[in-house]
Design a protein around this ligand. Structure first.
Ligand code: 16G
Length: 191
């Protein structure tokens, strides 16, 4: 992997180095055609941790393609970012930037939950996966999910789960996500 392709920045949510260790060939169920890599997602694109300065790069706008974001100010973004960054090795919000226009074009989060069960293991959750409409069809959602799945494995999660809209089930099934027999229920209270 070309180390120059992954940007280091003190304002990153987590250390970008961890993305270097990701080897997509370890995901037996998923292949990329044409081949892409975390260090080379495509022309002028970079995969990297969320950065404290990404508010102005269209991060909230990208999330609004997934669900309601609300009128989040830069101050609110920074407060939320700083809260996440204080939780060491917990929030792996990972973005794709198109450096030709300085815009975030995709994002996905790996959230690590420390457990007492399973010998104090970690459980991973995939959250807020979104790729800009204009960048669909470039395998970027697949790349984000592949990277986060391998990251979850690398940090020793005993399981990785997500909830998604019905139409996204076939996409997540290609990675091996299943509704477990007798344990496939996702329940919600909305406040
Ligand atoms: C999807 C997302 C979830 C996100 C939710 C927002 C994935 C895998 N799932 O289910 O992370 O939080 O949508 O929808 O990205 P809501 O606004 O209805 O909670």
């Amino acid at each position: 992997m070309d180390s120059k392709e992954i940007v280091h920045d003190g304002d990153d949510l987590y250390k970008a180095d961890i993305l270097r260790k990701i080897d997509l060939s370890k995901l037996s169920k998923v292949s990329f055609d044409p081949p892409i890599e975390p260090c080379k997602p495509g022309d002028s694109l970079i995969l990297r941790p969320l950065n404290r300065r990404d508010f102005s790069k269209g991060f909230p706008q990208i999330l609004s393609q997934l669900t309601a974001v609300g009128d989040v100010s830069q101050e609110q973004f920074i407060e939320a970012f700083d809260r996440m960054s204080k939780c060491i090795d917990t929030y792996f919000v990972t973005v794709i930037e198109d450096t030709s226009c300085g815009k975030i074009v995709g994002s996905a989060t790996l959230l690590l939950e420390q457990k007492f069960i399973h010998n104090c293991a970690m459980r991973g959750r995939v959250e807020d996966v979104v790729v800009s409409d204009e960048y669909r069809g470039r395998q970027l959602g697949k790349l984000l999910l592949a990277a986060l799945t391998l990251l979850a494995k690398q940090v020793g999660c005993y399981k990785l789960s997500l909830d998604c809209k019905d139409n996204m089930i076939p996409f997540y099934e290609t990675f091996g996500f299943v509704k477990e027999d007798g344990n496939g229920n996702f329940m919600t209270i909305r406040f």
